[in-house]
Design a protein around this ligand. Structure first.
Ligand code: 5GP
Length: 361
């Protein structure tokens, strides 16, 4: 496990509000309990429960959003989540979050995202790069480099953002999120994710916003096949997103389509097992895709909600599917090819992996 922890890793499927420390959630719940907004004893066991169905996971997200949706807290959790990923040698993080509007506290989707960016600025335990760069190598917006301690042995993490569309949203709300993503490109926003409860909403509702996003040069990843829904999975694959997440309920025809399109899959082992979307780890489609040499990347999904880390996901894959140090290292390294950031960042990351390869024995 130690070598998996120290190995550089790339995280491409992490939801901000699913990646919060339990201790922070409990602290926030206690505070809201004291204010009489919630009853702490009612929510404590909900936060600490380990096994949840997919349905229960979405109920938990509703609770988490009550606890976290104010600007200061969004800033705090962003800072903590980034520092937690960096602490286990995640060198590149694509963090996704659903911009939220809450009129009662003066929160717009934009001010929510500004609070997220504030959280990136507040990162202090590690060096962070979260601004896209010009051709000359300088950040487009040099206010947002926080390279406090460059040149020392401090850890460094690249962070880029994806804005999520929640399946509960309307076409107009989805379009608003895409427009916000376009406005925030200089703050490291690279693309759009479609997520939220997979039994809610219709693919056709989000298609206009996703097509607009693509036309404007944003990259797209879709939660795909979390529940059986042939028609939707096929339409999603026909859309040719840059990546898909999960890919659990695929039939023969969809596997063929996926493999021939070579769309990289974000694999979330613990999440799939905990939510019972896959009955047991030994029959997880990771093995089939890995053996077919299909592009894939191991991810946490919701490290807080599922009590996992990226190192634990690597450990689970290595121990279940009998993969050694070199194979796991290659798996981590090939993920660099699937990131949404530009070639400059890719080259930097390849350099980090090349250096790490020399230390691999
Ligand atoms: P947030 O976007 O609020 O930062 O992160 C939590 C949200 O991400 C949830 O409300 C949900 O919309 C989405 N999410 C987190 N985990 C999953 C998952 O496993 N499947 C799907 N479809 N959506 C998820």
């Amino acid at each position: 496990m130690e070598w998996l922890l120290s190995m550089p890793k790339v995280e491409l499927h992490a939801h901000l509000n699913g990646s919060i420390r339990d201790s922070t959630l409990l602290e926030l719940a206690r505070l809201l309990g004291e204010k009489g907004v919630i009853v702490f004893s009612d929510v404590e066991h909900v936060i600490m429960k380990n096994d949840r169905s997919l349905h229960e996971v979405f109920k938990l997200f509703d609770l988490i959003h009550i606890l976290t949706t104010d600007h200061k807290t969004v800033t705090r959790i962003t800072k903590e989540v980034v520092e937690d990923f960096a602490s286990e040698n995640v060198v590149y993080l694509e963090l996704r979050t659903t911009p939220k509007r809450n009129d009662s506290i003066g929160m717009s989707k934009r001010s929510y995202m500004e609070a997220v960016v504030e959280g990136l600025r507040a990162v202090s335990a590690v060096d962070i790069d979260f601004a896209p760069h010009n051709i000359d190598g300088n950040p487009v917006n040099d206010m947002i480099m926080n390279d406090i301690c460059n040149g020392t042995t401090r850890k460094k993490i690249y962070v880029r953002l994806l804005l999520s569309i929640d399946r509960r949203e309307t076409t107009e709300a989805a379009m608003e999120t895409v427009k916000l993503a376009l406005e925030m490109r200089d703050f490291g926003v690279l693309g759009i994710d479609l997520s939220g409860n997979p039994i809610v909403g219709e693919w056709s509702t989000f298609l206009p916003a996703l097509e607009f996003a693509r036309a404007q040069g944003l990259q797209i990843t879709l939660h795909c096949g979390e529940v059986p829904n042939n028609k939707e999975v096929n339409s999603m694959l026909d859309f040719l997103p840059q990546r898909v997440g999960h890919a659990c309920f695929f039939q023969e025809e969809e596997w063929k389509k996926l493999k021939s399109s070579k769309i990289p899959v974000e694999i979330c082992l613990t999440s799939n097992i905990r939510t019972n979307t896959i009955a047991s780890i030994d029959i997880h489609h990771f093995a089939n895709l890995y053996n077919a040499n299909h592009p894939l990347v191991l991810c946490t999904d919701d490290s807080g909600v599922f009590s996992t880390t990226l190192s634990k996901e690597y450990h689970l894959a290595a121990s279940t599917f009998g993969l050694g140090k070199w194979e796991m290292f290659q798996l981590a390294k090939t993920a660099v090819g699937f990131i949404f950031a530009d070639d400059g960042v890719k080259q930097d990351l390849e350099g980090i992996f090349d250096l790490a390869a020399k230390k691999l024995d």
